[in-house]
Design a protein around this ligand. Structure first.
Ligand code: GLY
Length: 387
């Protein structure tokens, strides 16, 4: 369905919803707590009018954006606020798409990408393919603040981090290592018990040998079958209308060593213009790089589109790249997030569902009360995204 057809569809849905007394797509910032995600009661709309300060992120930042809001409420800098929020996710061993515990590349090495943009000073910093340094959003900020460069990658970025006092340590956790071994076993007979073993047909033989590992099994099997491109994008505007953003990720699970996604690409995984707003993305970075999604969305907002409309335009360009072929498009997931300097925010997803297919795609919002999840506006109102 093309964008304009979709708009017509939304308007039709709105009329129907209003008549049925359902939540309006354009209702103003309705409240919902994270726990409501499971019950399916997440509000759908983006804010119709702004409120400042506000901080938004991909759904995996729900537990973290409150820390960013604390920085904003104390009068802190907007970039400090978003970095404070995503650092919590980078440090979290249970988020397998970001920082410590992020799923590794095909060689078993976790490689991280990140970018930052600071609206008030119009500066940017980024790092890509960084090994052994977990807080890469702060590292990107350090590139911005302490060098004459915008982007540093690979071994050079790791050495720069060490020189700047960052801790060099393995990013693997028991869970990420086990997930990698399960993926290896799924791809090669050489990483399974031999033909002389009673377990030779069992791909995961011996891997899930403790109750804790057993408790991870379903999740790991999902990660092996559908390698995720989870990430966190976080955007914040303060009371004065100053705006910044960051995106940080371990990228596509099981990627070829050295693969870089959209997260560290200024204009794709992140873009901020202090006069207009900010935008970022999670999901399959290759698709975003081809349409410069972050920059596209900010330019659309400059031309008067709402954040949600601008995100839908970016998805329209991705769908167009595949001539709207839903079969091909359904092989991946992608999400966009946008916030303008007035505090109006929105998000759109290519498909209605999250990675695990059972829930509506959502993003996290904090505007002073409590962090809550909001539904992303789907480009295709169907279940999709096999990766
Ligand atoms: N969007 C994250 C990645 O593709 O690496």
């Amino acid at each position: 369905m093309g964008l304009w057809t979709r708009r017509k569809f939304f308007l039709t849905s709105l009329a129907g919803s209003a008549a049925a007394g359902a939540t309006s797509m354009l209702a103003k910032t309705p409240l919902a707590k994270g726990s409501e995600l499971a019950s399916g009661k997440i509000p759908t709309p983006s804010a119709a009018s702004g409120k400042r300060p506000v901080i938004i992120s991909s759904a995996n930042g729900l537990h973290a954006i409150g820390h960013g809001m604390e920085v904003l409420l104390k009068g802190g800098d907007t970039l400090d606020a978003v970095v404070a929020a995503v650092t919590i996710v980078e440090d979290d061993p249970n988020d397998t798409s970001v920082g410590y515990g992020g799923l590794p590349n095909e060689d078993g090495e976790t490689e991280l990408d990140a970018s930052v943009m600071h609206g008030p000073t119009r500066r940017a910093g980024s790092v890509a393919s960084v090994r052994r340094i977990k807080n890469v959003s702060l590292l990107a900020k350090t590139v911005m603040e302490r060098t004459n460069h915008v982007m540093i990658v690979g071994e050079g970025a790791r050495r720069f981090a060490v020189d700047e006092g960052f801790i060099d340590a393995s990013l693997a956790t028991e869970k990420s290592r086990l997930a990698w071994l399960a993926w290896k076993a799924s791809t090669s007979v050489n990483w399974r018990p031999g033909t002389d073993s009673p377990e030779w047909k069992e791909r995961a033989a011996g891997l899930f040998d403790t109750p804790e590992k057993q408790s991870w099994r379903a999740e790991i099997e999902q990660l092996v079958a559908h390698p995720p491109t989870g990430t966190i994008n976080c955007l914040a505007v303060n009371e004065k209308g100053e705006i910044s953003g960051t995106t940080t990720t371990s990228g596509l699970a099981w990627k070829i060593a050295g693969r870089v996604g959209d997260s560290p690409i200024i204009g794709a995984g992140l873009y901020v213009d202090g006069e207009v707003g900010a935008a970022g993305s999670t999901g399959k970075g290759e698709e975003n790089i081809k349409i410069c999604g972050g920059h596209t969305i900010v330019e659309m907002m400059r031309q008067g589109k709402s954040p949600t409309e601008a995100c839908l335009e970016a998805l329209h360009r991705i769908a167009r790249n595949y001539k709207n072929d839903k079969k091909r498009l359904s092989t991946f997931h992608i999400f966009f997030y946008a916030l303008n300097v007035d505090g109006v925010y929105g998000s759109a997803s290519l498909w209605r569902n999250t990675y695990d297919r059972s829930k509506h795609s959502s993003y996290a919002v904090h505007d002073g009360g409590e962090a809550r999840l909001m539904e992303c506006t789907p480009y295709f109102d169907e279940i999709g995204g096999d990766e």
